[in-house]
Design a protein around this ligand. Structure first.
Ligand SMILES: [Zn+2]
Length: 271
């Protein structure tokens, strides 16, 4: 059974078996900030139920680390709390939400019914620049949201809790499996994670998998950089795609999609 784990002062994560996903709960004096809302209303309700075992405080704010279904499609169940995210996260949910639901429902038919219940409810508190600050409780616990550049998506947001040395990285990094590159910008991703490395002072919570620290983030950066470097060699004609697939840090059966996405970016097809 999963439980809340305190990864820093009054900062908790809970790891859900579905997609091996980490959800964050940051406690203030008079409320809670939730990081990511899972894929459906039912899964969001599970967070709200589990939260009761942690605190009686209400949810005062929500952050979406990016606009993917498993991070934002439970949003509606947390209203009337304000939901924060990057301006392009709002756009991603608005423009691709229905297609995302259809794709997951096709891949996981058992989930189709609960996905059909989802009311898409994108962030209403958005920012466009490199950073913003959320004051979500009367005690003034400050949470920083940073957009470090394009990477896993064009709207990844990192959540910093400076007084607890905790950072929620969203899917900029994942532990135990390669991150999903399908909406990513692999040629920019390594530099974005390099900026992330500089921000890690304690726990780094990935969107999926074990919580780590700076060493884990550096390892992830090297793995993603390898994809960008190998794709450059393929693009130049120095090596074949089949050879590149065998040289990444990822299992060969998962390396082709990241490389092909990087090649698409090198060919200028992503903008
Ligand atoms: Zn994602």
């Amino acid at each position: 059974m999963s439980v809340w784990t305190e990864v820093g002062d009054r900062v908790f994560t809970r790891r859900y078996a579905f997609y091996d996903q980490n959800i964050g709960a940051i406690l203030g004096d008079d409320g809670v900030l939730i990081v990511d809302t899972r894929i459906s209303h039912r899964q969001a309700d599970e967070i709200l139920e589990d939260l009761k075992t942690l605190t009686a405080l209400p949810v005062r704010a929500v952050v979406n680390t990016h606009g993917h279904n498993d991070h934002a499609f439970g949003n509606h169940r947390f209203r009337p709390a304000p939901i924060w995210g990057h301006a392009r996260c709002r756009r991603m949910i608005r423009d691709t939400g229905k297609a995302q639901i259809a794709k997951v429902a096709e891949a996981i038919p058992a989930l189709a019914e609960e996905l059909a219940e989802v009311v898409l409810d994108p962030p209403d508190r958005t920012f466009d620049g490199p950073s913003t600050t959320v004051d979500f409780d009367a005690g003034g616990r400050r949470i920083e949201l940073r957009h470090l550049g394009r990477a896993h998506t064009d709207n990844d947001v990192v959540v910093l809790v400076p007084d607890a040395d905790v950072l929620f990285a969203g899917d900029l990094i994942e532990n135990g499996a390669p991150p999903f590159f399908g909406d990513g910008y692999p040629m920019e991703w390594p530099a974005t994670v390099e900026r992330l490395v500089d921000l890690v002072t304690g726990a780094a919570v990935p969107g999926h998998g074990d919580v780590g620290g700076k060493a884990f983030v550096v390892k992830s950066m090297v793995e993603i950089r390898t994809i960008a470097e190998l794709a450059t060699l393929v693009h130049d004609g120095t090596i074949s795609l089949d050879d590149a697939v065998l040289r990444t840090a990822y299992p060969a059966d998962t390396a082709r999609d990241p490389l092909e996405r990087a090649l698409a970016q090198l060919r200028g097809e992503l903008d």
